[in-house]
Design a binder for this molecule. Structure first.
Ligand SMILES: *Cc1c(COP(=O)(O)O)cnc(C)c1O
Length: 482
């Protein structure tokens, strides 16, 4: 199947190349030239693994043996066989995306992306190993390490800012097992680590290297496509429980940062799934709320630090794919992206704004409002959610109140509450007696009785394997020595 850049229809690649290259040569993102015909009703009859294989083979048809890759990618990694369970909570259905190896929703894509990459590599006749280089401010690094560990033909190196990630996040990374993994702290902040990685990509471009550099972030279609599955899975659960009939429309509320998760929902809709409204939920960094409500995207504002850090983003890179999908106009997309990089702001035409508003609704909440949701949902339904999920819940409630739309609502839950124990304890009005996040997890467990995810329980005792700290200037030499 042919893919092309969102900014230029003439820059094409087949689905293997699109996965292997990640970003198109002009800086655009790869999109299918046309979405395939898809038998969505028979897809719904399967389980999570077969749904995933059906969807991935439709979108990435040049990658062979998809069912095998999917089975290998997810085998024995998730808490439940259905990967992404749904739970009925009050008026809503919560779709739990955090039952994977690192208790964050990024596990779903990062468990399978390595298999897609190595197969695409073989199909394209690329011989050398791939080295995945990532700078992380916390969650992505660990999910990538778990996904790529011991995958043949791939190595992974993760840099994190020394002192710049939470103690639990650090411990998760420095205890990482696997023959092909390296984790290293960099003196400086996240920007230093990220700039260091970018400099390596630029500086090594024309060098003869024993490996091919690649990254694991969500601009890669191979990371986006695996996320479509859980929209089908949630819908199938509702049908099986008799809450809807096949064909009824369902709304989804999605905690949003880079716009990857919610865009996967729009892909599900384009593949035929009866998705009603997609609700884009933000925290106090509400650039997307403003955009969907007004048609103007304006990143010229301070980035606020919130209790839902994975949504602290000012430039949502996957929004570019939505602009292309809805307009079909590469020149328009190229011009909007140029305005964004030069002026930090763009405004879309009124007809495009009308289309977006017919498919998407947007809401945002403060940390205080998110804590209020966590407290209420615990008190009313004995269900514990994290601050990201709470933003999704708040937007879902606001949407219902404002519009009166009573179609079934699925709220996507993107992280375990145990990843943010301080914020959750505060929301439950529990005095936070501990500085240590590990003690806070125990306290949260004592207060609620909710089980600690297996990956986080016992973490404190695990052996630290990766304890190097280097100055940022040494990053290129460090990578060359791998
Ligand atoms: C990455 C992340 C998000 C945002 O997802 P996008 O695909 O970037 O929109 C939301 N919640 C959590 C916990 C995340 O890790």
């Amino acid at each position: 199947m042919l893919y092309h850049s969102t900014r230029n229809k003439a820059l094409t690649a087949d689905s293997c190349r699109a996965v292997l290259e990640g970003l198109a040569p002009d800086g655009g993102l790869y999109m299918p030239a046309a979405l395939p015909a898809f038998d969505w009703t028979s897809c719904l009859d399967g389980n999570a693994l077969s749904m995933s294989a059906d969807i991935l083979s439709a979108l990435l048809p040049d990658i062979p043996d998809m069912q095998k890759l999917v089975n290998l990618g997810y085998a024995d990694k998730f808490e439940t066989d259905d990967l992404t369970p749904t739970v009925s909570v009050g008026d809503f259905t919560v779709l739990e995306l955090f039952r994977g190896p690192t208790a964050a929703f990024k596990d779903i894509a990062l468990s399978i992306l390595p298999r897609l990459l190595t197969t695409a590599k073989a199909e394209c006749g690329v011989q050398e190993d791939i080295l995945i280089l990532t700078a992380t401010s916390g969650d992505t690094g660990k999910a990538a390490l778990e996904g790529f560990k011991d995958v043949p033909g791939i190595r992974i190196c993760v840099f994190y800012p020394d002192g710049g990630v939470s103690p639990v996040q650090r411990k998760q990374m420095v205890t990482q097992e696997g023959r092909n993994v390296t984790v290293c702290a960099v003196e400086g902040n996240f920007d230093d680590a990220q700039t260091g990685v970018k400099n390596i990509f630029n500086g090594f471009r024309d060098k003869q290297l024993p490996f091919r550099l690649s990254s694991a972030n969500s601009i890669n279609i191979g990371r986006l496509a695996p996320q479509i599955m859980y929209y089908f899975k949630a819908y199938a659960d509702l049908v099986r429980r008799g809450e809807i009939n096949t064909g009824d429309e369902v709304n989804f509320s999605v905690p949003t940062g880079n716009f990857g998760d919610i865009l996967a929902g729009y892909f599900a809709k384009k593949l035929g799934l009866p998705v009603g409204m997609l609700i884009c939920a933000s925290n106090a960094n509400n650039v997307l709320t403003d955009f969907i409500r007004t048609g103007t995207y304006d990143k010229r504002r301070p980035l606020l630090k919130t209790q839902s850090p994975s949504m602290d983003i000012l430039v949502s890179s996957n929004l570019e794919r939505l602009l292309y999908l809805l307009s079909g106009d590469c020149e328009l997309v190229a011009s909007l992206m140029q305005q964004l990089s030069e002026n930090g702001v763009y405004t879309i035409p009124d007809d495009l704004k009308a289309i977006i508003q017919s498919e998407f609704w947007a809401g945002c909440c403060t940390d205080e409002q998110a804590r209020d949701v966590i407290g209420r949902v615990w008190k009313d339904y004995c269900y514990l959610c994290d601050p990201h999920t709470a933003a999704g819940w708040a937007a879902a409630e606001e949407y219902r109140n404002v519009t009166g739309d009573e179609r079934p609502m699925v709220v996507l839950s993107t992280a375990s509450p145990y990843k943010f124990p301080a914020a959750v304890l505060q929301a439950l009005d529990e005095a936070n007696e501990n500085d240590s996040e590990f003690r806070q997890m125990e306290q949260l467990h004592d207060v609620t009785g909710v089980p600690v995810p297996p990956m986080l329980a016992g973490l404190e005792q695990k052996e630290e394997k990766h304890t190097r700290v280097i100055p940022k200037e040494d990053m290129p030499a460090f990578v060359l020595s791998l």
